[in-house]
Design a protein around this ligand. Structure first.
Ligand SMILES: Nc1nc2c([nH]c(=O)n2[C@H]2C[C@H](O)[C@@H](COP(=O)(O)OP(=O)(O)OP(=O)(O)O)O2)c(=O)[nH]1
Ligand SMILES: [Mg+2]
Length: 314
């Protein structure tokens, strides 16, 4: 296959969280579909320079703050595109459709109402997901857990995994119901438990263990898109299974040595970056991460960090 076309694109986020999308002109490839503004990186140009140039040309704005969000490789019938997507949170000027295209500011959850080119599915997921994924600690009472979830919501956490491996099943299920109620309208809750419970909590997303992933990946997604599906991955093989199963996002671990899994060999930053280079979906780095690690996690190609102790406040 010929070399891929490198494209710089922007998820431009306003202070109220809404994202700017543009309608591709009818006479261009994928005409009429919505897109994240951007265009081809020119020879000798850095991605950041291309991003700044395209957003000036297409929207008349000057980028001041941007960070790497996700890189997606996609084959359009023999034409390979590398979408290099950056999140832009600072710019000067008022965006307008400088090439005559329609533009619209959309709430993240409403992005799924718009039709994008095929490569964009993981980009839309990345635009909807936050940069921190809280995983709840073990060995807590239900009351302590719910108190911690409340504190996390108040501190701005928007994605939470209810992990309670030592809890009896009935207690976990009760707590799941309470946690779903607490998170409603404020955060996305992800449950982790026996595969047979999948259908019992439709308001919650589902986070598969790597064992469940290995066992069930060949059958594809267990439920349609629209409900979040995630998986725990530790190596290239599991990331490939996550792609096969069409999960929405993954955790990749361990990055650093951790107390939870002292025996596991850490991937390190370089190991994580190499794995993510060949993976097309949002990934949270897990294992010894704190919010201070966010910039480095993003540079490594991750959506952000997942953490137990690094994000738990009580
Ligand atoms: N900008 C952008 N391009 C996308 C997205 N999704 C997607 O598949 N693409 C593809 C379509 C094109 O094949 C390629 C980028 O093309 P483009 O038409 O924006 O390139 P450009 O701004 O340099 O335009 P031109 O000078 O070639 O007219 O990437 C997206 O969300 N944003
Ligand atoms: Mg363009």
């Amino acid at each position: 296959m010929s070399e891929s076309i490198h494209v710089a694109a922007a998820v431009i986020r306003a202070t109220d969280g809404r994202v700017l999308i543009a309608r591709r002109p009818d006479d261009k490839p994928h005409g009429g579909l919505w897109e994240f503004p951007g265009g081809k990186v020119e020879t000798g140009e850095t991605v950041e320079a291309a991003l700044a140039r395209e957003l000036d040309e297409e929207l008349g704005i000057a980028v001041t703050v941007a960070r790497p969000l996700i890189r997606v490789t996609h084959d359009y019938s023999g034409k390979r595109v590398l979408l290099d997507v950056w999140e832009v949170t600072g710019f000067s000027g008022a965006p307008r459709g400088a090439e005559g295209q329609s533009i619209v500011w959309v709430a993240p959850r409403a992005l799924t109402d718009y039709e994008f080119p095929a490569a964009n599915q993981p980009v839309v997921a990345a635009a909807r997901l936050p940069d921190r994924y809280l995983v709840t600690p073990q060995d807590l009472t239900a009351q302590q857990l719910l108190q911690g979830v409340r504190a996390a919501l108040d501190s701005g956490i928007r994605l939470i995994q209810l992990r309670a491996p030592d809890m009896f099943s009935a207690d976990y299920r009760d707590m799941a119901v309470d946690a779903i109620g607490l998170c409603a309208g404020r955060a996305q809750l992800m449950l982790k438990g026996p595969f047979e419970w999948l259908g019992d909590f439709p308001a919650a997303g589902w986070h598969l263990t790597s064992t469940q992933l290995r066992e069930h990946a060949c059958r594809g997604r267990p439920f349609p898109v629209g409900r979040w599906l995630a998986a725990s991955c530790h190596d290239a093989e599991e990331l490939a299974l996550a792609t096969e199963m069409e999960v929405d996002f993954v955790t990749l671990s361990p990055i650093q040595p951790t107390r939870t899994h002292p025996e596991a060999v850490p991937l390190g930053w370089a190991g994580a970056a190499a794995l993510l280079d060949n993976f097309n979906r949002p990934a949270y780095l897990l294992g010894g991460m704190t919010p201070a690690d966010l910039p480095q996690a993003m540079q490594a190609g991750a959506q952000g960090i997942a953490s137990i102790r690094g994000l738990w406040r009580v």
